[in-house]
Design a protein around this ligand. Structure first.
Ligand code: SAM
Ligand code: FES
Length: 387
């Protein structure tokens, strides 16, 4: 058995016996169950590689009872495999400087209205210490893709954090060379997030001028091979995306056997070519989260800030009850936060970091869950990706 294959072992969880009876009693709407839809969910859960047609059936479902069944099942799988704890990851957005022209992203280099910044090492360390003081054991360092981000500078920042604090460090700084990924790993970085955004190579090329899908996959493969706990994810609702390409994204996640998976809604930004495109649909995003939970079982899945910002309502509790188990409080120093404007009206931009973490604690306990202050490492090693 190769690394990661254990996730395919069938633990026997089935819709029929996974405890949904309790939900049905609580909510009579679920009493009439669609046996064909239940069978699709069971197949998706058990499959070594989920069938595209099964995924599409779920993504196209419009009956509230089917959708409720999906979310309930994902919630049960979440409880069975990662428990009721909700992990916190403190994020520091240390630079919004970017060379890329991603058509959906407010940080794209053509956005001349954005005030650009990069934190100093001391500012990053102070923010990291704030995260540690809040009892959070993962520090996520995120930035645009800076031409001038020196690998050695970031290596020193990682070493300083790891030398001073007992925390996991997650990097999210985009596409870099294997040698740079290796240097950061050797400096102590534990994890890396690099969303595929869309697994459809044609759409990927359309949305990312000057970038290549093959290089994105090369990066993911390097990260996995170098021993990073690796995360990927997609944007839901991108212009030109189809149900078929979302189904492909889910198969991509399953093939990658990622430690973290983040499906998140697209939100249009006025200074981008997609300014007039509609935002991603909340239910479709929740369906992707639920499916990611059902097919991956053990991956850490965030209820992203974008879900909390969509349409001005905080819908993260819905994600947490549809398979998600992670929240990411923002510890970027207050003066810089509003400049990390990936999309407009981002949640928690004006809160101070401690208030943000407190608000998440309340959200979690309201759901009858608890905040897990452990590091929350990935439970498995990832498989190698094929291009
Ligand atoms: N440069 C790094 C990278 O490319 O992975 C990290 C920074 S990037 C801003 C972080 C994430 O923001 C991306 O993976 C993307 O999914 C998300 N993002 C960018 N624009 C967005 C938008 N308009 N709506 C929602 N999410 C967006
Ligand atoms: Fe570079 Fe979004 S375009 S971070």
């Amino acid at each position: 058995m190769s690394a990661g294959e254990e996730q395919f072992v069938d633990c026997g969880l089935r819709i029929a016996d996974c405890g949904l009876k309790e939900t049905r009693t609580a909510n009579p709407k679920s009493e009439i169950r669609n046996p064909q839809f239940s069978a699709v969910l069971d197949r998706l859960y058990a499959a070594e590689m989920p069938e595209r047609t099964d995924i599409e059936t779920v993504l196209r479902a419009t009956d509230d009872r089917d959708i409720e069944l999906l979310f309930d099942f994902a919630d049960r799988v979440r409880r069975e495999f990662v428990g009721d704890g909700v992990l916190l990851r403190g994020i520091i957005e240390f630079s919004n400087i970017c060379r890329n022209t991603c058509k959906y992203c407010g940080l794209n280099c053509y956005n001349t209205r954005l005030q650009r910044y990069r934190l100093t090492s001391d500012e990053i360390l102070a923010a990291a210490e704030n995260i540690d003081r809040a009892g959070i054991k993962t520090i996520v360092l995120q930035s645009g893709e800076e031409d001038h981000l020196e690998a050695d500078w970031l290596r020193q920042v990682i070493e300083e954090i790891k030398g001073r604090l007992d925390v996991a460090v997650t990097l999210c700084v985009g596409e870099r060379s294997r040698a740079e990924y290796q240097a950061w790993k050797e400096a102590g970085a534990d994890r890396y997030l690099l969303k595929i955004e869309t697994s459809d190579p044609g759409l990927y090329g359309e949305l990312h001028p000057g970038m290549s899908f093959a290089n994105r996959v090369r990066c993911l493969r390097d990260l996995v091979e170098l021993g990073y706990q690796t995360g990927s994810g997609n944007l839901v609702g991108l212009q030109g995306q189809t149900v078929g390409s979302l189904a492909g994204d889910l198969q991509f996640f399953k093939r990658g056997n990622f430690d973290m998976i983040s499906p998140s809604p697209f939100i249009p930004h006025p200074q981008t070519p997609l300014a007039r495109a509609p935002a991603g649909d909340l239910t479709m995003t929740l369906k992707m989260i639920a499916l990611a939970r059902i097919v991956s079982r053990t991956a850490h899945i965030p209820a992203s800030t974008a879900i909390g910002s969509l349409h001005g309502r905080d819908e993260r509790p819905k994600a947490l009850t549809a398979g998600a188990n992670v929240l990411m409080p923002n510890f970027t120093p207050a003066p810089y936060r509003r400049h990390y404007e990936i999309y407009p009206n981002k949640r928690c931009v004006s809160e101070d970091a401690a208030a943000c973490a407190g608000c998440m604690e309340r959200m979690v306990t309201t759901l009858g869950r608890w905040v897990d202050y452990s590091r929350g490492d990935g439970p498995k090693r990832s498989l190698k990706l094929e291009v």
